[in-house]
Design a protein around this ligand. Structure first.
Ligand code: NOJ
Length: 578
């Protein structure tokens, strides 16, 4: 029991507290100028949809100039916009328009490395060894250096070092060989990257997703992840960001760590004075393992540990993203969890890439909307910031066989028209092919069609997000796991000053009944929230039945919801006509 109760004054909460984040790849989202590539104007044109859906923030994967050999995470200029996406003025318009729709804008910031085409790297390889310019990157005369650091992209690289003929030395790259790691032992590098941050703060962004943040520093005989020096730099970064926001009289911005680490190692990023949030990838893996095997015990154990730590609001909660579903080598989660996912999700077979599964959410769950909804019922009610990967709200499919992780990065499906309404360009010009796979064809799985169907996954997500908005406890409340006594069921309580919400989810493909001990709420009224239905009052042995992958959110007690929220279920019927 640890997440603090809602603070007395609402202004005490930063904007990201309980916010729902929508991740999108601008190149694949919406194309306004008809060149086949999504762009900032296209995204701006779709902001109303995102507001309608009910998210709070958009996270844009990198928008910077880049040769695009790693989806834009290979940057040649940190302070500009890729010309195919637009320009700085266009970004300004997008940020203004997003703010006008009540949406925050989070940029992806890659601090760890650059493209090998970045002028800094070109300068470094020609500069004399030991010179300031050469020292922007990490060099070695042998590949033995930092030999205990694992190779992350093991299907593409067999070493963390690349020989550079011009420099006559190896350079370090923790990712692809054309992404040299910056040398954070060089104070000039630290300062240069802090200036990059300052540049974007001046342009009014609301947050940064900090890519690959554990890898900034390297030391011998370690995994070169999350070293004390890295944490010291991040503290510096945070105080610079705070100082800059104060100076400009602006609220603080979100600093969100991408650290694929077990919870104990990810937590230090959330220490006092460091970052505001971190993805909880361990939780993601446990969620998939639970649904793969229909067993909740490990997940319940994980959630219990989570509840004992005082950082509940700092976790960002993704199911999927633009990468493979990273499970790691046994360091992130125990091998047994990985085996469960591998054996329990047949759609994962043959789709392993690096240390994870290269599939989108819906196909990974074999197109079954029930586990998909069960997982989201958890995601939307656990403490933290739920993250939706664009298209997953529709159950969009993937294109296995495309290069690298492109399988998961295909164009958003907007309408049944050509190219799914993503672009008016001739097919060969499209950034990636729209999905036409059986069961996932964009002529059926698209925003327009799903908006018009009451029972669609899209309308379901919208209703869930709207309900979440009305339930302060789900956004800011305390979190306490409730033993369910059933091997497939996870149950917990979220409690704010205004209300108490009980959540129970059945993660298996068979029905589950159990008795929950609701003694602390004995005799209180119980209302199911999503369909607006009364249940028997709370008792020590409160009976609950959940069908296969079923779930419920119940309000305990007499909390008054506003008129519009009396029945969140009403949203379902209204949404179809929106
Ligand atoms: C993590 C990003 O999510 C991934 O897409 C990228 O390839 C690596 N970092 C390297 O930047």
């Amino acid at each position: 029991m640890a997440v603090q109760a809602e603070a007395g004054s609402p202004t005490a909460q930063p904007w990201w507290d309980g916010a729902v984040i929508y991740q999108l790849m601008p190149r694949s989202f919406s194309d306004a100028n008809g060149d086949g590539i999504g762009d900032l104007q296209g995204l701006q044109n779709r902001l109303r949809y995102l507001r309608w859906l009910g998210v709070d923030a958009i996270w844009l994967t990198p928008i910077y100039p880049s040769p695009l050999r790693d989806g834009g995470y290979d940057i040649t200029d940190f302070t500009d916009v890729h010309p195919e996406l637009g320009d700085l003025a266009g970004l300004h318009r997008l940020i203004e328009a997003a703010h006008g729709q009540g949406l925050k804008v989070i940029l992806d910031l890659v601090l760890n490395h650059t493209s090998n085409l970045h002028p800094w790297f070109q300068r470094a390889r020609f500069a004399a060894p030991g010179s300031a310019e050469r020292n922007y990157y990490v060099w070695s005369d042998s590949e033995e250096r930092y030999g205990t650091a694992p190779v992350l992209f093991r299907h593409f690289e067999d070493s963390n070092w690349q020989w550079d003929e011009l420099a006559g030395q190896f350079y370090l790259h923790r990712f692809l060989h054309h992404q040299p790691d910056l040398n954070y032992d060089n104070p000039a590098v630290q300062e240069a990257m802090l200036q990059v941050v300052e540049f974007w703060l001046e342009r009014g962004v609301d947050g940064f997703r900090l890519d690959a943040i554990p890898f900034l520093f390297e030391r011998e005989d370690t995994r070169c992840e999350g070293l004390p020096e890295t944490h010291a730099f991040l503290k510096r970064l945070r105080s610079r960001v705070q100082e800059s926001s104060r100076r400009r009289g602006r609220p603080e911005v979100l600093l969100l760590a991408e650290a694929i680490q077990p919870m104990d190692e990810a937590m230090p990023y959330l220490d006092e004075g460091e970052l505001n949030a971190a993805f909880n990838f361990g939780l993601t893996a446990h969620l998939f393992a639970a649904v793969a095997y229909g067993q909740a015990a490990d997940l319940v154990q994980f959630l219990t540990e989570l509840s004992e730590r005082d950082v509940g609001r700092g976790w960002a909660l993704p199911l999927r993203n633009h990468d493979e579903l990273w499970l790691g080598d046994g360091h992130l989660v125990p091998q047994e969890v990985i085996h469960r996912i591998r054996d329990g999700l047949p759609a994962a077979r043959g789709h392993w890439l690096n240390w994870g599964i290269n599939r989108r959410l819906a196909p990974l769950l074999n197109g079954d909307p029930r586990p998909n909804m069960a997982l989201h019922a958890l995601l939307y009610s656990l403490p933290g910031m739920p993250c939706i990967y664009y298209g997953d709200e529709l159950g969009m499919g993937d294109w296995p066989g495309l290069r690298d992780r492109d399988a998961n990065r295909t164009p958003m499906a907007w309408t049944p028209e050509r190219n799914g309404g993503f672009s008016s360009a001739p097919d060969p010009l499209l950034v990636l092919p729209p999905i036409t796979a059986p069961g996932y064809d964009y002529r059926v799985v698209n925003v327009e069609v799903q908006k018009s169907l009451n029972g669609s996954l899209l309308n379901w997500h919208r209703r869930m997000l709207m309900s979440r908005k009305l339930l302060s406890a789900l956004r800011h409340g305390d979190f306490r796991v409730l033993p369910s006594g059933h091997p497939s069921m996870v149950s917990y309580v979220r409690q704010s000053l205004e209300m108490t919400v009980l959540v129970a989810v059945n993660l298996s493909g068979t029905g589950a009944s159990t008795q929950l001990n609701l003694t602390p709420w004995q005799g209180q009224r119980v209302r199911e929230l999503l369909w607006g239905c009364d249940f028997p009052e709370a008792t020590e042995e409160w009976f609950v039945y959940l069908p296969a992958y079923g779930f419920g959110w119940w309000l305990l007690g007499d909390a008054e919801l506003s008129t519009s929220s009396k029945s969140a279920a009403g949203v379902a019927s209204r949404s179809a006509s929106t």
